[in-house]
Design a protein around this ligand. Structure first.
Ligand SMILES: NCC(=O)N[C@@H](CCC(N)=O)C(=O)O
Length: 681
């Protein structure tokens, strides 16, 4: 017995291996593609930030809505195994379609590096994304439930360990996806999964279960309405109104599922906060200094998951249990929500620090102006009605001057006095450039927010007497100013050229600054030494390391909330509705993403820190509601309830046999465990 049990255990570890590796590969592919999706939208399809972000969140939401479809197909028709296989093929076709949509050569007839027919690329990429969403969403609830199916009812400890390992694999896949291309992994997902085919415990689909569930609920509601008069005796549960027509077992199973789904109502709020990691927190990082922005954003969450899941599972939870505290799944989920709320408080505190260092940007009714003087002498600049600025040659005004009106008149104390009227941009920042010929002074629009991804925005004013060529920029005419170009942090070299003459100048950049470089007429004679720099926007000074606590808190919250939720959804579902409940669980994520979309559309509170605190307070309120709901929830053993109902109905011999077999196996396992313990002693 000992030998055969060991063999059985090894076999189980082996096929669980195939399932978790399958999840690893699938997540690897999904996250690998997701990581570059916004960049593809921005720089290939040339969409603006808002559209790119909205379509990105819509895609993520769709990926977490399609599990309903996958669950229906699996539980009612194909079974989990075949659903995973077929939808993986859909997934692979989606990835290939997506890959083809990125080949600009297909429509780039004139070979200028940009596609000629954007509609074709957009249509193809949208088709690819829909197929990927169908694939990933469809197989996700089935893989989790299918993994759970490999365990028997008495193996709840092993089942919990499985879900923890399953979650580790999700995050290992997401971590590695940043390093290797996603396409290869789709094929390997399928191959790995099929390789284990002969070993799995495959539960058969039990007819069109979702349709039966809907009909049964519909009948209960109709029947209840028909018997609304007080002369009819009340029933214990509203679903009992289906008793006349439907099987007691089905009614009992629906009651179990509805009870859990009801509990899920407040959960999307957790994901609303969680998914802002990729939007608001990323934007926050661009206003901070530190050179690990992209690494931090894409890897800190999976790295923390890989560290925290084992610590929680092996250390924290057993320790809490040893202290005699009952840290039930629903309590863990509530604490997880509170951790996420704390993460947002931490984000708010960081934001307050950042705000102290941010420039004072104009409001939508204000205009801001700075003056740059490339004239040969110091100038006295008067801006009507009462702004007087003294600006040295090749210097600038100390800071931006804010106006609550747009029409201004500028006078220079030249001989004769030069006066010119300008109309400023409402809500904008501009620089008045005074060239070597002040009569042609002009306005140039400035950046009015921190450059994205911690980059630096730079531009040049040509005070030289002829056209100049600067590395990577178009030629600049005398007195003209270039548009901004973005440069990365670190040392950058620029070569200035006019005919045979040239000189080189270097500059070390921090993060998120903006500069205007003033090139004097003496630039070649003094080897670029006389180029002066005007700081339009200071570099970021709050270090990105300050974001680590918020990432740590939200990931701790995720481990408590998400891993537990996954286990809970499986353990509380009746056997024939495991995938449906997994899908319900994943839908909470979809709704969370939709809320993020709505919030992004509605706009922000004037102060970002206030928005973070608002979200934290909302989640605390929701977690209080959830804890009250959880207090009234009684944990069930679906198998026990099903067995009881069956018993009440009179068991069929086949099922009795199956159950006796399971009982025998359970006994064997227990005896074996005792045997092993005795041998150890
Ligand atoms: N760390 C991110 C992560 O693990 N995400 C999960 C989401 C799980 C869920 N219930 O939504 C993933 O499967 O990608």
């Amino acid at each position: 017995t000992l030998f055969s049990n060991k063999k059985k255990k090894r076999k189980k570890i082996c096929y669980i291996f195939f399932i978790v590796v399958n999840e690893f590969c699938e997540r690897f592919s999904y996250y690998g593609m997701r990581a570059v999706l916004v960049l593809y939208f921005r720089y290939f399809l040339l969409w603006d930030d808002d559209l790119a972000t909205s379509i990105y969140h819509a895609f993520v939401a769709l990926c977490y809505l399609t599990p309903i479809l996958g669950a229906i197909i699996a539980d009612s028709w194909l079974g989990k195994f075949k659903t995973i296989i077929y939808l993986s093929i859909v997934y692979a076709i989606g990835q290939v379609t997506m890959a083809i949509s990125t080949i600009h050569d297909i429509t780039d007839a004139n070979r200028d590096g940009t596609p000629d027919n954007f509609t074709f690329h957009i249509a193809l990429s949208m088709l690819g994304l829909i197929l990927i969403a169908l694939g990933t969403g469809g197989i996700k609830p089935c893989v989790a439930a299918f993994g759970g199916d490999q365990f028997q009812e008495h193996q709840s400890r092993q089942l919990n360990t499985f879900f923890s390992v399953f979650y580790l694999c999700i995050n290992a896949g997401s971590l590695l996806s940043t390093l290797i291309t996603p396409l290869k992994s789709v094929a390997s997902t399928l191959m790995v999964f099929i390789a284990g085919s002969g070993m799995y415990v495959k539960t058969d689909p039990e007819g069109n279960i979702m349709w039966s569930v809907c009909k049964c609920i519909g009948f209960a509601i109709k029947n209840r309405f028909r018997h609304r008069s007080s002369s009819y005796p009340k029933r214990e549960h509203w679903m009992d109104w289906a008793n006349e027509k439907y099987d007691k077992l089905l009614i009992a199973q629906i009651k179990m599922v509805l009870k859990v789904l009801f509990l899920y109502i407040p959960l999307p709020m957790f994901w609303t906060l969680f998914d802002q990691k990729g939007s608001r927190w990323t934007l926050q990082a661009t206003t901070m200094s530190g050179d690990f922005v992209s690494i931090l954003i894409s890897t800190v969450n999976p790295i923390l998951i890989l560290t925290l899941v084992p610590i929680m599972d092996r250390l924290i939870f057993p320790l809490i249990q040893k202290c005699g505290l009952n840290f039930s799944p629903l309590k863990r989920m509530t604490v997880g929500m509170l951790f996420a709320a704390m993460a947002f408080v931490s984000a708010a505190l960081v934001q307050i620090e950042i705000d102290k260092t941010l420039p004072n940007f104009p409001s939508s009714s204000e205009s801001q102006l700075k003056v740059v003087n490339t004239y040969s002498t110091t100038l006295n600049v008067t801006i009507s009605p009462n702004e007087h600025l003294l600006i040295e040659s090749f210097g600038s005004s100390a800071d931006y001057v804010t106006f609550d009106h747009q029409d201004i008149t500028v006078s220079l104390n030249t001989n004769p006095v030069i006066t010119k009227a300008f109309s400023l941009i409402k809500g904008g920042r501009q620089t008045l450039i005074i060239p070597s010929d002040p009569t042609v002074m002009y306005l140039k629009e400035d950046v009015k927010s921190k450059p994205r991804e911690g980059k630096n925005a730079i531009r040049f004013v040509n005070g030289y007497t002829a056209d100049l060529n600067i590395t990577n920029l178009d030629s600049i005419e005398p007195s003209a100013t270039t548009n901004y170009t973005l440069v990365n942090q670190g040392k950058r070299d620029f070569v200035l050229r006019h005919g045979e003459q040239w000189c080189e100048f270097s500059r070390k950049f921090g993060f998120g600054a903006s500069y205007t470089f003033l090139i004097p007429s003496t630039v070649f004679s003094d080897d670029c030494e006389s180029i002066t720099e005007v700081e339009d926007m200071k570099p970021n000074s709050v270090h990105m390391a300050l974001q680590i606590p918020q990432y740590f808190l939200i990931t701790t919250g995720e481990v408590m909330f998400s891993v537990t939720g996954l286990q809970f959804s499986y353990s509380q579902a009746p056997k024939n509705m495991k995938s449906v409940l997994q899908a319900g669980w994943l839908c909470t994520n979809a709704v969370g993403n939709i809320i993020v979309l709505i919030v992004a559309e509605l706009g922000k509170l004037p102060k970002q820190w206030a928005e973070y605190l608002l979200f934290a307070s909302l989640l605390v309120a929701v977690s209080i509601i959830f804890s009250i709901m959880a207090y009234f929830y009684t944990y069930i053993d679906p198998a026990e309830i099903e067995a009881q109902v069956r018993k009440e109905q009179g068991l069929e011999p086949e099922e009795m046999e199956k159950e006796t077999l399971e009982m025998e196996e359970k006994d064997e396992d227990q005896k074996n465990e005792q045997g092993v313990k005795q041998t150890k002693i």
